[in-house]
Design a protein around this ligand. Structure first.
Ligand code: AMP
Ligand code: ZN
Length: 489
């Protein structure tokens, strides 16, 4: 059966198939490279990766384009503040993002394209929109899209803009989410800020235009699927549709996939809440990339996912079970022959995993199937009922699972070491808050117990060494009459 996928545009689950031959042409909004990617971003990127891997497993070819937003208000502001060119400023974060992708086993899209390398094409696109009467120029040399001229405005976000105020404009990339305004396609240069020369004068592109231009350049005026986090539905994707369809008169993307926002410990992730984590923060705390990927994949993309440290521990445990099962299968010396029950179990698991993913990428269903298999096969092995010829189909089921979930191969330690090395080279480990984060709670507890034991054994040199190690990591230990207490500095 083909994939049944929820389409934000139609508000329905629909059968997903590429429009032309066997190739899925898809576009996913990529990162804005002004900072390191956080785990919310990675929920979206992991969901798109799961889709990508499932489509490939289903026999499709892919033409998947992802943009790198390397120019926007924040980037211009931050690079000017650091007296760097936009390029110099963004390259560091772009590289970090590519490395983070590898860390999480995200497959590289067929094309990764930078906004700043398509500015001339953006200007040309805007020129054509102006020629057709969809864009207008303001006195300062900026260009805006005239949303009242595009009757379909609001069809993706299902907002009713019947009474749109014509001429009300917004020129910042950070939007008021409920208000429809003519949006900036091109912004006239401001003193001291980066700008480009083009057929429509000097300036820089607004945020939305890059995705229309790059999607159409690499995928054609009409393509199969467009993806991003749920916050992008309005205004970003609504605006992409308006400017693209105004120009071509064709349906821009047939399917729109939006990934629900990640919550952290039940709240929206924000710096002020102290629950804001980049992928790198978690690695430096010793959390494994495989646990993070597993946790982000475990809840279907349209359901609420609440990221907790307890959930992360459970994810590590689940990945461990899969890895243990795989080595058990590989190493076991089993009686020859095969067991009908195990053969059926493997076949049924493979079917159920596919059925789960075909069901709007219901990863929870696929996971339930694989863990049932692991439990039943382990029980059979304990009872000596697992046979030599059962290995192959069970391993094939595990393999089918891991083509999508990509957590079984154990390269976590190398990845954590690489991230730590990188942070040290950047001088980040010296910052006390990061150093404090370096030691996990379990590790602190273990060291404290070891220190107590050393004291009891009157090994004061060892106990002092442990205290110094903890202090260096920003942990304060107090000896009280009830024992030792600790806190982070
Ligand atoms: P940005 O780097 O801000 O352009 O975002 C990159 C991608 O991450 C976009 O598709 C966003 O919609 C998505 N995103 C941002 N925050 C979250 C979050 N908390 N949960 C899920 N996706 C997010
Ligand atoms: Zn975009």
């Amino acid at each position: 059966m083909p994939l049944q996928l929820y389409n934000t545009l139609s508000n329905k689950i629909e059968e997903f198939q590429p429009a032309e031959n066997n190739t899925v042409r898809m576009y996913a909004c990529g990162p804005t490279v002004y900072d390191f990617g956080h785990i919310g971003n990675f929920r979206t990127f992991v969901a798109v990766d799961l889709l990508r891997r499932f489509l490939r497993q289903s026999g499709y070819q892919l033409q998947h384009v992802m943009n790198i937003t390397d120019v926007d208000d924040k980037i211009i502001r931050n690079s000017a503040r650091e007296h760097k060119s936009v390029q110099e400023y963004t390259r560091k974060y772009e590289l970090a993002f590519l490395e983070d992708m590898q860390t999480l086993n995200l497959q590289r899209p067929e094309r990764l394209v930078r906004a700043t390398e398509h500015i001339a094409e953006m200007a040309e696109f805007i020129r054509k929109l102006a020629e057709k009467g969809y864009a207008y120029r303001t006195e300062d040399g900026s260009y805006y899209f005239h949303i009242a001229r595009f009757p379909g405005y609001g069809k993706l976000s299902k907002k009713d803009f019947a009474g749109i105020e014509t001429g009300a404009r917004v020129d910042v990339d950070e939007y008021d989410k409920d208000n429809a305004r003519d949006f900036a396609l091109w912004k006239a240069p401001k003193e001291g800020e980066a700008h480009w020369e083009s057929v429509i004068g000097s300036g820089r592109p607004g945020w939305h235009i890059e995705c229309s231009v790059m999607a159409m350049k690499y995928l054609g005026p009409s393509f199969d699927l467009h993806a991003g986090g749920e916050d992008l539905t309005f205004p970003h994707h609504e605006n992409e549709i308006a400017q693209s369809e105004a120009l071509t008169g064709q349906t821009f993307a047939r399917f729109w996939m939006h990934v629900r926002f990640l919550l952290v410990e039940g709240k929206k992730m924000s710096k002020s809440e102290g629950n804001f984590f980049t992928l790198r923060d978690l690695l430096l705390k010793g959390h494994k990339p495989s646990s993070i990927r597993f946790l982000l994949s475990s809840v279907p993309y349209r359901k609420q996912l609440n990221f907790t440290f307890q959930g992360l521990e459970q994810a590590a445990h689940s990945v461990g079970r899969l890895r243990d099962f795989k080595s058990r299968l590989e190493m076991a010396h089993l009686p020859s022959g095969k067991s009908e029950a195990m053969q059926q179990l493997a076949a049924e698991t493979r079917r159920e995993m596919r059925a789960g993913l075909e069901d709007d990428l219901n990863t929870a269903r696929a996971l339930a199937a694989i863990f049932d298999m692991v439990r039943e096969a382990n029980t059979a092995a304990d009872r000596n009922e697992l046979k030599q010829a059962d290995k192959e189909p069970l391993l094939a089921a595990l393999n089918q699972f891991d083509e999508i979930f990509a957590v079984i191969k154990d390269d976590d330690a190398e990845k954590i070491a690489r991230a730590t090395e990188w942070a040290r080279a950047q001088g980040l480990l010296e910052q006390s808050n990061l150093a404090a984060n370096l030691i996990s709670e379990e590790e602190v507890e273990r060291l404290i117990a070891e220190r107590a034991a050393a004291k009891k054994a009157r090994d004061f040199a060892r106990s002092d060494a442990i205290r110094a190690q903890l202090t260096h990591a920003g942990i304060v230990v107090e000896d009280t009459k009830d024992g030792m207490r600790w806190k982070r500095k």
